[in-house]
Design a protein around this ligand. Structure first.
Ligand code: CA
Length: 255
């Protein structure tokens, strides 16, 4: 399998790369969070060091989880209970504290892979680009276009949209989204989630792109059924998401 190894320490990276190769895995090693975000879509599993030079590892973990469902094991020197809980809550499948025994880490990789190995997890099935009507969310490039034109979302707005888009068939509770994106399920200012959703709708001009599930949370909207008449595409209809845009209103495709 193909591993993404996010580790800024050369010696550690070499040791891990060798051990992974001995077990038949190929490895792409990166030392910076930005490169991890760029390359994570090719990974079948991820080993993540939390102490990185350009971004806190927990922030990176949350951002990786918005675009990727691959098994992920944190491998870090941070050994406080609080760190471990935060890592697991941010979406790590396992957490290994340095120094560790290589054989134990390899056994944990096998276990996590067995547990998560199911065909067509949502992010894999969807691929890195997800289309809803004429809105295309590119998870790897972190871009959004509407009818072919780029739309500039803030980092958090994109993270929220990407989280919904990567698991488009699921309804997501407010707590889950806050936990994954903000790292705190009970954020005092949890209204900031609504503000971000409003921002996504306003900037894309596609109010149905994010569907509100009252009293619970949000889901990625659907394009709706193909209209029988042009009149059915009226912007204020209750159902079709993002059909207002004229040309390029593509099918609800997975690219
Ligand atoms: Ca480090």
């Amino acid at each position: 399998m193909h591993a993404l190894l996010v580790e800024d320490d050369d010696r550690m990276a070499r040791a891990l790369g060798t051990a992974l190769a001995q077990r038949g895995h190929t490895t792409r090693r990166v030392g910076r969070a930005l490169d991890a975000l760029r390359l994570v879509h090719e990974a079948e599993f991820v080993l993540l060091d939390l102490g990185l030079p350009d971004l806190d590892g927990l922030d990176l973990l949350r951002r990786l989880r918005t675009v990727c469902d691959a098994p992920l094991i944190v491998v870090t020197a941070r050994c406080e209970e609080r760190d471990i809980v935060q890592g697991l809550r941010a979406g790590a499948d396992d957490y290994v504290v340095k120094p560790f025994r290589m054989a134990e880490l390899m056994a944990r990789i096998d276990t996590v892979r067995r547990r998560t190995d199911r065909p067509g997890t949502p992010a894999e099935a969807a691929g890195p680009r997800i289309a809803v009507g004429d809105v295309v969310v590119d998870l790897a490039a972190r871009t959004v276009t509407v009818a072919g034109r780029p739309v500039h979302l803030t980092r958090r707005e994109f993270d929220v949209l990407a989280h919904l888009a990567a698991r488009r068939t699921q309804v997501h509770s407010r707590e889950e989204i806050l936990d994954r994106i903000w790292g705190d399920a009970f954020l005092a200012v949890s209204r900031s989630l609504d503000v971000h959703v409003a921002g996504i709708r306003a900037k894309t001009g596609r109010s149905h792109l994010v569907r509100t599930v009252r009293g619970f949370g949000y889901q990625l909207g659907t394009e709706g059924r193909p209209a029988a008449h042009p009149a059915d595409t009226a912007a204020d209809g209750p159902d079709p998401a993002g059909r207002e845009g004229g040309p390029g209103g593509s099918q609800d495709t997975l690219a």
